[in-house]
Design a binder for this molecule. Structure first.
Ligand code: GRF
Length: 190
């Protein structure tokens, strides 16, 4: 069985799309949700799907022994970031080479890097009058958004698309492509 651990800081709609995708899957399961926010909606989604959850703070996250212990306990085979807002420390990238993936709600390398997350991205895309946006699913390396790209998907934008509309178009791509891409990576990682 390949065990997926999802790291998320927010509402968790991507996490839920992934959980649902692997319901009754013969060889892959989500068996842990980690969040850095006690109030994150993703934790309620974990409960609804009876999935183990763990809330961590900065001290935990900066403690390799503790964090790697959690991941060993659940025999994590692949770490899936789904709206996790903390930079992944080098010890974690080294412990899980090419086994940490992330989704970025834009077409990297544009609209990447510090401060580029959530609505900030869609507002920048809107202000630059881009004719398209999309998603980038990539491996996580110590430089975060600069890991090797696994998949990109695009959506056309209309001139009057607001940042909110752009966000909705991009989120639809995330839900459509992240689960199957996670499955492809997980199978290849065996
Ligand atoms: C998504 O837009 C994702 O691209 C970004 O964080 C957001 C997470 O949304 N990394 P949700 O919590 O999965 O709904």
């Amino acid at each position: 069985m390949i065990n997926l651990t999802i790291f998320a800081s927010g509402g968790g709609s991507n996490a839920e799309a992934i959980i649902q995708h692997f319901n009754n899957h013969p060889t892959i399961q989500v068996n842990l949700i980690i969040s850095n926010k006690t109030t994150a909606g993703v934790l309620d989604r974990a409960d609804r799907h009876q999935i183990k959850k763990r809330v961590i703070d900065r001290t935990d996250f900066n403690d390799p022994k503790k964090m790697l212990g959690y991941l060993k306990e659940t025999e994590t085979g692949l770490i899936v970031l789904a709206g996790f807002l903390w930079l992944i420390p080098a010890y974690l990238v080294e412990a899980f080479p090419n086994k940490i993936i992330n989704i970025h709600p834009a077409l990297l390398p544009k609209y990447g890097g510090k401060g580029m997350y959530g609505q900030h991205i869609h507002r920048a895309v809107f202000e630059n009058k881009e004719r398209e946006s999309g998603i980038t699913i990539h491996y996580v390396n110590p430089k975060y958004d600069e890991g090797n790209i696994i998949l990109q998907a695009r959506c056309p934008l209309q001139p009057d698309d607001s940042p909110e509309v752009i966000g909705r178009k991009v989120l639809a791509l995330e839900h459509r492509f992240y689960p199957v891409t996670v499955e492809m990576v997980a199978i290849q990682s065996e």
